[in-house]
Every structure is written in structure tokens, then in C-alpha cells.
Design a protein around this ligand. Structure first.
Ligand code: FES
Length: 91
């Protein structure tokens, strides 16, 4: 069984990020992965506090940290990081 993932997304599940909106961020990531059939290439996991509590919600995608996320910004980041890199976008 090949379990190698191409991308890793680590979403902060700490209390500060929760208050700042990590739940809709999680829902958007899950929806994005499902819509683009990325279950086999993207590992989504929760993390403890990432040290960005004042700037949450915080996520780390492939070792890059993103903070002050909202769904509009995250949609653009996911498209750039997960789709353009795989060539799914053919614009
Ligand atoms: S609780 Fe998310 S960065 Fe601290």
C-alpha cells in the first residue's frame, strides 16, 4: 500500500484559532480536497498551537505557515498550492 502524500496541511486546533474561525477553515479544506479528488495526495491533520495565536486561524501547508486566514484567502492558497503544482489548472 502506497501511503505517500504529496502535500501536508496542518490546521491549528488550538483554542485561540478555534475562536478566530478554524472550524469554517477546516470545512473549506475538507470540501476542497473532496471536490478536487485530492484524498490520495493531501494529508490533512490537526495540530496543537502553532504559536500564532494572535494571528489565527493558523495553518501550515508543506512547511509554509499562513495566518489571519479567511475562506476567500484560503481558497486562493489551496488553488495555488494544491492545484497549480499538480497541473490540474490548465489556464
Ligand atoms: S491556538 Fe492556533 S496558533 Fe495558537
Amino acid at each position: 500500500m502506497n501511503t505517500t502524500k504529496t502535500h501536508t496541511i496542518s490546521l491549528c486546533m488550538g483554542s485561540s484559532c478555534y475562536v478566530n474561525g478554524s472550524v469554517p477553515i477546516l470545512q473549506l479544506i475538507q470540501q476542497f480536497i473532496k471536490e478536487h479528488d485530492l484524498e490520495k495526495t493531501v494529508e490533512l491533520k490537526g495540530s496543537l498551537c502553532q504559536g500564532n495565536c494572535k494571528n489565527g486561524p493558523s495553518i501550515i501547508i508543506d512547511n509554509e505557515t499562513y495566518t489571519r486566514l479567511n475562506c476567500t484567502i484560503l481558497q486562493k492558497i489551496l488553488t495555488l498550492k494544491l492545484l497549480q503544482a499538480t497541473g490540474e489548472l490548465n489556464e
